[in-house]
Design a protein around this ligand. Structure first.
Ligand code: PRP
Ligand code: URA
Length: 208
């Protein structure tokens, strides 16, 4: 069964609280999503493989440690885009794939409209990013599509999750570890996370 990592860092808790606030502006929301993803990235990249290479300092030769460059960041469009820059600034050599899914607001079922991934996805540690894990339908479907293209090392990162979504994703993909900044109380009857932050895509892109 996959592991669930819920962040327990005061800076993340502070920033998540600001992110939730309905009075937070679009600019602030984008900045906060970036900063939280950056802090979470530290945890989600903890087990990346290192290679060694000699480095010469002004004083001596020493062993240097370098992250292998085999990482892919895959945002689920569109709200996942809000976490990409942070991850790319941590791992500049990573490649970015995109998967376009939207949740049909009537049926709550995910509908795929775009998928473009690095061609060597099977060799990469894939980090799928999306701020919200609500019913889990979008994340489970995105990961299904990514696996069909050959990916076999996948982690999922989100800012806010509902317990229902965590369970659904674990059931669908027991091999995928999940990194969560805040595990919230529940879903409401419209499939929104409570207390949550509302519609992440709208708040990131100002389309309220
Ligand atoms: C949001 C969010 C997730 C999805 C989560 O996207 O960014 O992708 O909902 O819900 P689920 O777990 O119930 O599938 P949305 O479908 O609103 O699309 P958008 O990013 O284009 O706004
Ligand atoms: N998608 C969002 O953007 N917010 C939610 O609360 C649930 C799904």
């Amino acid at each position: 069964m996959s592991q669930i990592f819920v962040m327990d860092h005061p800076l993340i808790k502070h920033k998540i609280s600001m992110l939730r606030d309905k009075n937070t502006t679009v600019k602030e929301f984008r900045e906060l999503a970036y900063e939280i993803a950056l802090l979470m990235g530290y945890e989600a990249t903890k087990d990346l493989h290192l290679t060694t290479k000699e480095v010469e300092t002004p004083l001596a030769k020493t062993t240097g440690f370098f992250v292998e460059k085999q990482v892919a960041i895959v945002p689920i469009l569109r709200a996942g885009l809000g976490m990409v820059d942070a991850m790319m600034s941590l791992i500049p050599a990573a490649k970015t794939g995109h998967i376009g899914l939207y949740r049909d607001h009537e049926t709550l079922q995910p509908v795929e409209y775009y998928c473009k991934l690095p061609t060597d996805i099977e060799k990469r540690q894939v980090l799928v990013v999306d701020p919200m894990l609500a019913t889990g339908g979008s994340a489970a479907a995105a990961i299904e599509f990514i696996k069909k293209r050959g990916a076999n090392k996948i982690k999922f990162m989100c800012l806010i999750a509902a317990p229902e979504g965590v369970k659904a994703l674990q059931d669908a993909h027991p091999d995928v570890d999940i990194y969560i900044a805040s595990l919230d109380e529940k879903l409401n009857e419209n499939g929104y996370i409570v207390p949550g932050l509302g519609d992440a895509g709208d708040r990131l892109f100002g389309t309220l």
